[in-house]
Ligand binder design. Structure first.
Ligand code: 13P
Length: 287
């Protein structure tokens, strides 16, 4: 069922776990994510970034995400990820998204605060939650490639306390896409930020490539939402390649390929969910 974003994150923060926020590009990804969430009886967030509308048009994908959330046997929130314009924020709310991530991280902090506040006033008036971002998360969410640049503690505290955001994505050395080396998260900064704003759920973007141990450590320091996109995009590509390799040309059919894709996304999502739930020992999870 569709569920308020704030409650999902507040519960997670209190229970020292994180909600997986999985980006969706197509139906096979959606089916695999919902199957993993229902089987593990774990709430999830379904999301799509504004930059992905070229490949997954908003007017097509939004009703699909919303319908999946309404029908799911677990609690689901639906988010516009990296919303950059008020125009798209409004379009997403009109189509039933119940949380918006506004990315003002390219602005100096004071402008980030004022722009985020403007968006938050509008989303809150419609009962829609707002996630903000501070610092430069490296890599690319479909745009230019950026070098990871940690936020300063004072900027985190300023945006977290003055923008009226419901959750805050903070750059602590994380990056979207495939990491060029081994990711090195600044846990010291995360701990200080969490100690200063203990009730504000923090969000870790760029989840693909972060180790299970680092996920668990980040969760103990206030990360209550973790974004995963590339791992499931890769799962779809891997499933296609494996299917092409194992099947004879004349026996290939879309429906078998669909099942392989759903299964691969399900496996990837389930592994992340088990890590984020922070209950099972890490060595028992196939990752
Ligand atoms: P990855 O693609 O690195 O998993 O990052 C996802 C993300 O942060 C979406 O906002």
């Amino acid at each position: 069922m569709l569920c308020p974003f704030n409650r999902l994150l507040k519960d997670a923060l209190k229970e020292h776990r994180a909600v997986g926020a999985f980006n969706v590009g197509n139906l096979e990804m959606l089916l695999g994510i919902i199957k993993a969430a229902e089987e593990s009886q774990t709430p999830v967030i379904l999301q799509i970034a504004e930059k992905r509308f070229t490949h997954s048009p908003l007017e097509y994908i939004a009703p699909m995400l919303h319908a999946a959330a309404m029908r799911a046997k677990i609690e689901v929130a639906v988010e516009l990820d990296h919303g950059c314009s008020l125009f798209n924020v409004r379009r997403a709310m009109d189509l039933g998204f119940n949380t918006i991530m506004f990315d003002g991280s390219m602005y100096p902090v004071e402008k980030n605060i004022s722009e985020t506040r403007k968006i938050a006033d509008e989303t809150h008036a419609r009962g829609v939650a707002l996630e903000a971002e501070i610092g430069i998360v490296g890599g690319s969410e479909g745009g230019a490639d950026l070098t990871a640049n940690c936020a300063s503690l004072s900027d985190i505290v300023a945006l977290g306390s003055k923008s009226s955001c419901d959750a805050l994505a903070i750059a602590i050395g994380n990056a979207h896409g495939h990491y060029k080396g081994i990711p090195k998260l600044n846990f010291d900064l995360l701990e200080k930020a969490h100690n200063t704003l203990p009730d504000l759920p923090f969000v870790l973007h760029g989840g693909t490539g972060i180790s299970p141990a680092d996920f668990r450590k980040a969760i103990t320091l206030g990360i209550a939402k973790i974004n995963i996109a590339t791992a499931n995009f890769d799962a779809i590509v891997t499933a296609s390649m494996q299917y092409a390799e194992k099947s004879a040309p004349l026996s290939r059919n879309y429906f078998a390929l669909n099942e392989n894709m759903v299964e691969q996304v399900y496996n990837t999502t389930l592994a992340h969910i088990k890590i984020f739930n922070n209950q099972e020992p890490l060595d028992s999870i196939k990752f």
